[in-house]
Design a protein around this ligand. Structure first.
Ligand code: UD1
Ligand code: CA
Length: 468
């Protein structure tokens, strides 16, 4: 029976974030807040998904263009959470069943918890069911007020709560299920007689109870997953929780984290067995790392694809690029977008690659800039080699074929091709193609003057005598 309709409130400004960016687009562990909630919903079987947008509506829609199954309703102006849900009336008024209401700023929620909530709601045939938990520090949350029989009578917002009510530690998570049948009738009757002058969704509870409608609660043992993001402090605290979740799941699956406290690994990252991650490693976006790799301290990998048995030495950066099996990178290497480091290749210290492929077993061990270059297999790129790929207007390509040896401190002025097995002498400025198997040397000739130093010394001594 699929009559579950999800409504997510995401119209608020997020005043306490002090930000020009809509709150729900702030990133948590590499994903916008709203994306966390949507991924949780993805794991449920739902009939429809409605997103209530308002503040920054266009930006929110643009961010979510990859999700065509979302229906949008706009709340403008934003007059409170009750008013926000009311905006979904045109989409849901002819529907039957249950509304699962979520706030976009509550990102740690697990889908199993939502399933339990829906289940509890349906089996109790409740008009509303509220997900609650006890918090050590309930500051800022709505409090759950119960009667002597223990039934929920109302939710009081922190700002509207008396001192006694503020002492209540059971809080409203902002997650509820509602029977659709009478929901919108009641939402129309909400008032704004509260500290913020807003239409509070939470007031539905008291309204229902006064009409003797059934309101249930599902109280969770741990409040961790119900925490909302209202400020940057919350953002930092919640990201620590998510980070621990991700670290733990990697360790459980066979990855060693030398210092989990300083490992920053985003949600979509995958790491293979027996890979060891050093302290301060940052793995972002869709980075995938194979088995038996070692990623040393302080390296950052963004959308990188790393095969098995790769070593990335300390403080290297790899972005939108791939590295083949048994290759070694760094320390302090910079692999910029669209680069491909082949299997068993070696990119050493202070080497920068940009839009460059380095073939199997090729080496660029020290101090080089290789941009817009295609480098074959078994090539040796000497220390200080620079591809001069930019003429001030356009970028040009350098081709270095298999087995080429580029001597140290050479400049390759693109467009230029160095043919298979050719040699370039150290210190050359190569401006024309080098045929396969040839040796190219392009540097000024060395002049040697025998005994020149002794002559200089003698001249200086004579000069001194004259002056006296
Ligand atoms: C709300 C609850 C509070 C609960 C807390 C849990 C109300 C009145 N209070 O308080 O009981 O403990 O969440 O995190 O519901 N929004 C709109 N339109 C609006 C106002 C808000 O779409 O006009 C959205 C926001 O974008 C946000 C969510 O609703 O995603 C919650 O709004 P927020 O202002 O953060 O409510 P809280 O003060 O946290
Ligand atoms: Ca909130």
């Amino acid at each position: 029976m699929n009559d579950l309709h999800v409504v997510i409130l995401a119209a608020g400004k997020g005043t306490r974030m002090k930000s020009a960016i809509p709150k729900v687009l702030h990133h948590l562990a590499g994903l916008p807040l709203i994306e966390h909630v949507l991924r949780t919903v993805d794991q449920l079987d739902v009939a429809s998904k409605v997103l209530v947008v308002g503040h920054g509506a266009d930006e929110v829609r643009t961010t979510l263009t990859g999700r065509p199954d979302l229906q949008y309703v706009v709340q403008s102006p934003q007059l409170g959470t009750g008013h926000a849900l009311l905006q979904a009336e045109p989409v849901l008024k002819d529907k039957k069943g249950t509304v699962l209401l979520l706030y976009a700023d509550v990102p740690l929620l697990q889908s199993s918890t939502l399933s339990r909530l829906v289940e509890a709601h349906r089996s109790a045939r409740a008009a509303a069911t509220v997900l609650t938990a006890e918090l050590q520090d309930p500051y800022g949350y709505g409090r759950i007020v119960r009667d002597t029989a223990g039934l929920i009578t109302r939710i009081v917002e922190h700002r509207d709560a008396s001192a006694a009510q503020q002492a209540i530690r059971e809080v409203n998570s902002g997650i509820y299920t509602f029977a659709l049948s009478s929901l919108f009738d009641h939402l129309h009757r909400l008032a704004t007689d509260n500290a913020q002058g807003e239409y509070y969704l939470t007031d539905l509870v008291a309204m229902y109870r006064q009409e003797d409608k059934r309101v249930e609660t599902l109280r969770l043992d741990s409040a961790d997953e119900l925490r909302g993001v209202n400020s940057r402090l919350d953002l930092a605290e919640l990201s620590a929780v998510l980070r621990q979740r991700k670290n733990r799941s990697l360790m459980v699956s066979g990855v060693t984290l030398e210092d989990p406290a300083t490992s920053y690994i985003e949600m979509d990252v995958a790491v293979g067995q027996d890979t060891i991650l050093g302290p301060g490693v940052r793995l972002e976006g869709t980075t995938t790392i194979g088995s038996r790799c070692r990623i040393h301290a302080g390296s950052r990998l963004t959308n990188a694809t790393i095969d098995d048995d790769v070593v990335v030495l300390d403080y290297s950066v790899i972005v939108d690029s791939s590295v083949g099996a048994h290759a070694a990178i760094g320390p302090m290497a910079h692999i910029r977008p669209n680069s491909v480091v082949g299997p068993s290749a070696r990119v050493g210290n202070f080497v920068e690659l940009k839009k460059t492929s380095l073939g199997r077993g090729s080496k660029a061990n020290h101090l080089a800039y290789l941009g817009d270059a295609t480098i074959g297999e078994g090539a040796n790129i000497g220390a200080g080699t620079i591809t001069c790929n930019y003429d001030g207007v356009n970028k040009h390509k350098t081709v270095i074929e298999d087995g080429v040896f580029i001597g140290s401190d050479s400049q390759l002025v693109a467009p230029v091709t160095i043919g298979r097995d050719a040699y370039v002498g150290a210190g050359s400025s190569i401006t024309r193609d080098v045929p396969a198997g040839a040796l190219a040397i392009a540097r000024s000739h060395q002049t040697v003057k025998d005994g020149w130093a002794a002559k200089l010394k003698a001249d200086r001594a004579a000069n001194k005598k004259e002056k006296k």
